[in-house]
Design a protein around this ligand. Structure first.
Ligand code: B12
Ligand code: SF4
Length: 491
């Protein structure tokens, strides 16, 4: 039986594309169980749906919805597939966290909530047997005869040791390479899933139920070896929410990566307070060249409110230790958190200035369905129950437009603060990465050009326009608001 998985086009063209790891994992699993599978990744493939269907007649189609940016394409594909009588089921982070609104489109048969492997094995088996009743399959959101949504029993997490190796021949690997610190052919892979913490802005509690699972090391090593030897991969970004919980896990991972004896560098995302300078040196020797740290805020009050549970006093120390070991330290912070005041934002600015890293990823706060803040804002009547995905976008689009603001900060202040640090990151041209000079400007331009190449003509025009506007906007806000900068102590 044929099962097709589709990664819809995204409407943010200026971002570099990554391989759809979730779809790859589900497809590899089904394939190992004897089903015939294909992945149609519309972020990199220029073929039409009709061309794909002419070659491969699927009886069941899975469509991924990671964010609103994929929504319009997902709807269009669903409409066309269902018109041919094909069963269509959506999955992925956003579909799982916003099931009511997604089902309300009336364009799909069900949503596969959370982790997809086992659910899809059961869905494909049921289809093969001609069973149309899906209510016995765990992990689904369905609609009853009156159109009312209901959930089947909760799906338990899969034991990652039972999953087969990811079959990278299902996608065109070369299309996903990115330039980053110390490498030119970097791919996203994953080594673990979930995180034991529960920050109020994050989807982790709902999606991973605060669990943390490591992928079997031998499977990860085989994957890296395959990609280095067959495709010339020279860098890995471990897309895990948390790369290693402690020093012991880090040593095991570093030793295993080094045991491959291959030439590649890597990076990941970790927490403040786990590692000291000697640990960062250990990681550097095993090929680590960059680390993202979720700092989130410089205000102790905000960190407490969001339940971040990091040791404030270790933030600067950790950045200094990481940089002194030769690893690029990147700070990820949020501005515009619920209830954030100008005094809180001043503390964030002060902390950023003390970190001495040119690379700061400062995002506007955005309500994530499934997070504690989302629940709190719903209860306070500040955020609506989303019945329509377009409605969700009104709030989501705050990323650029700041239509909604849950903080006490004027929108213009947020724009200026964010622009200042984006501009500084963009202008970083002399980073020392393992002895080599690295230009962030060059990376941004290279990735943008690559995404232009992989998109279509419409994508090319939109991306050029978007990137140009973003550049001008950032320059403008970063340079023409001296009073705002003074107010927050920005140097
Ligand atoms: C890689 C990544 C990306 C890549 C692209 C991913 C993609 N192919 O679309 C890039 C860097 C481009 C990216 C961009 C964005 N991302 Co992102 N990204 C990730 C990241 C770090 C890893 C995802 C991954 O590959 N994991 C490994 C695989 C194996 O696990 P998985 O993806 O969870 O897949 C499993 C299940 O989700 C499910 N599943 C997944 N897809 C599907 C599809 C079907 C049909 C089914 C049935 C099941 C299913 O089954 C899979 C196997 O078990 C996650 C955080 C994380 N660690 O998970 C954030 C994350 C998914 N991203 C997120 C966000 C918000 C974004 C952006 C909107 C950010 C922005 N503001 O620009 C954009 C939107 C991109 C888009 N495609 O629309 C959020 C989503 C939150 C939410 N609930 O909505 C996450 C969870 C980060 C976070 N903690 O907030 N992202
Ligand atoms: S923000 Fe990071 S540390 Fe906090 S719950 Fe989410 S994944 Fe875990």
């Amino acid at each position: 039986m044929n099962v097709l998985f589709i990664n819809p086009k995204t409407e943010i063209y200026s971002r570099s594309v990554t391989a759809p790891l979730g779809l790859l994992s589900i497809a590899s699993f089904l394939q190992a169980k004897g089903f015939s599978v294909r992945i149609f990744d519309r972020t990199v493939q220029k073929r039409t749906l009709e061309e794909v269907l002419a070659e491969f007649e699927p009886e069941l189609v899975g469509i991924s919805l990671v964010s609103y940016y994929q929504y319009h394409d997902a709807c269009d594909l669903s409409r066309r597939l269902r018109a041919r009588g094909t069963q269509v089921i959506w999955g992925g982070a956003l579909a799982s966290c916003l099931p009511q609104a997604v089902l309300n489109t009336g364009l799909l048969d069900a949503i596969s909530i959370g982790e997809g492997e086992q659910t899809w094995l059961e869905l494909a088996t049921a289809k093969q047997k001609g069973q149309s009743d899906l209510t016995g399959i765990k992990g689904l959101a369905l609609r009853d005869a009156d159109g009312k949504m209901f959930f089947t029993a909760q799906r338990e997490f899969v034991d990652l040791a039972t999953l087969p190796d990811i079959d990278w021949s299902l996608v065109e690997v070369e299309k996903y390479f990115q330039t980053t610190y110390g490498c030119k052919r970097m791919l996203y892979l994953y080594a673990a899933k979930g995180c034991p913490f529960n920050c109020a802005f994050c989807y982790n509690k709902e999606f991973h139920r605060c669990t943390y699972r490591k992928r079997p090391m031998d499977s990860l090593l085989r994957e890296i070896k395959y990609l280095v030897q067959n495709h010339g991969m020279d860098g890995v970004y471990f897309a895990d929410e948390l790369f290693c919980r402690n020093v012991k896990e880090m040593h095991e991972t570093c030793d295993a990566l080094q045991s491959l004896g291959l030439n590649f560098v890597w990076g990941g995302q970790t927490r403040i307070g786990i590692f000291k300078e000697e640990d960062f040196r250990y990681m550097f020797n095993a090929g680590c060249r960059w680390i993202f740290f979720g700092v989130e805020s410089g205000s102790k009050r905000m960190l407490k409110q969001m339940n971040k549970r990091i040791d404030y006093d270790k933030i600067e120390q950790t950045f200094a230790a990481c940089q002194s070991a030769g690893i690029v330290a990147i700070g990820s912070l949020i501005i515009g958190l619920p209830g954030e005041t100008e005094a809180d934002a001043r503390e964030t600015v002060a902390l950023i200035e003390r970190l001495h890293t040119p690379l700061i990823n400062l995002n506007y706060y955005m309500v994530v369905p499934g997070s504690d803040y989302h629940q709190q804002l719903l209860e306070e009547g500040k955020y609506p129950v989303i019945e329509d995905v377009e409605e969700f976008n009104k709030y989501f689009s705050m990323q650029q437009k700041l239509l909604d603001n849950y903080s006490d900060l004027p929108a213009i202040d947020m724009k200026v603060i964010r622009a200042v640090y984006m501009w500084r990151s963009f202008r970083t041209n002399d980073l020392n990465v393992g002895g080599e000079r690295f230009s962030f400007t060059k990376k941004v331009i290279t990735d943008a050009l690559k995404s232009v190449k992989t998109g279509d003509l419409k994508g090319f025009i939109i991306s050029s326009w978007d990137a140009g506007l973003e550049f001008l906007r950032t320059f403008y806000y970063a340079h023409f608001y001296r009073k705002v900068k003074q107010k927050y102590g920005i140097r």
